[in-house]
Design a protein around this ligand. Structure first.
Ligand code: IYR
Length: 247
């Protein structure tokens, strides 16, 4: 059994409360400007920016520190073309046969369809793979833990890091995505998680006119405040609307 080894946590920085507040609000101001973009310019993206964003993703909390992810960066036009053809084949199947009417109804406000030109126009695709298990040199399998949660968190950090660096993204999920293993030569212990499209928005890019839910619909502050409210017969309290920005 490997022994736990601890070192002092020297990287932690305690912030004064006013700075906590200003950073929390500043971060929200930054991330609320992120939109999923479907129209890209073909302008290339500096590779070192992508590398740093992937390093940031790799800091994600994850099950037993197995870091069960792998990121494949694709910029080659030929490979992007192959990915587009394979993805569109799956998407045509989805939109024309597989998707139930309720799903198509849910997608209608987003204006999506089987055509995926962005898979070729955008300068970078990042295929994210989840490692369900590790293949040991002796051929044995070492199980990973909380793989979806881990890779989901890493992907969230990646998207946020790219946005912070001034890049737009689209989380694309052709289903099934098995063709990515074949086209990108990834081993059987890796399952395609999603395909992230990365680049600069086209000058005439548009986004769907949709809004995010306000705080009082996405959060409930349970505990003392809930008990106080309960005493007044209001039941558990939802977060009060503080600074609700116009979205
Ligand atoms: N994978 C399809 C369908 C799709 C599904 C959901 I849920 C979305 O939020 C958007 C699209 C596609 O990429 O078009």
């Amino acid at each position: 059994m490997t022994e736990a080894r601890f070192v002092p946590h020297r990287d932690y920085v305690r912030l004064p409360e006013d700075e906590m507040r200003s950073r929390a609000h500043g971060f929200y101001e930054l991330v609320r400007r992120r939109r999923t973009i479907r129209d890209y310019s073909s302008e290339p993206v500096p590779t070192d920016v992508i590398e740093d964003c992937i390093l940031a993703a790799g800091t994600a909390p994850n099950g037993a520190n197995r870091q069960p992810w792998h990121f494949v960066v694709v910029t080659d036009p030929l490979l992007k073309g192959k990915i587009r053809s394979a993805a569109e084949q799956e998407e045509r199947e989805f939109y024309e046969h597989r998707a139930p009417p309720e799903w198509l109804e849910a997608l209608a406000p987003l204006g999506t369809g089987p055509e995926k030109p962005f898979l070729e126009t955008a300068p970078v695709l990042i295929a994210i793979f989840a490692e369900s298990y590790e293949l040991l040199p002796d051929g044995n399998k070492l199980k990973n833990y909380y793989v979806n949660e881990s890779v989901g968190i890493a992907t969230g950090i990646l998207i946020t890091a790219l946005h912070n660096a001034g890049l737009a993204t689209l989380t694309h999920t052709p289903s099934p995505m098995g063709f990515l293993n074949e086209l990108l030569g990834r081993p059987q212990n890796e399952r395609p998680f999603l395909l992230l499209v990365v680049g600069f928005p086209a000058e005439d890019a548009t986004v769907p006119d949709i809004v995010k839910k306000p705080l009082d619909r996405i959060a409930t502050f349970a505990g003392e405040r809930a008990r106080e409210a309960g005493a007044k017969g209001q039941g558990p309290m939802r977060a009060t609307a503080r600074r609700q920005p116009a979205s």
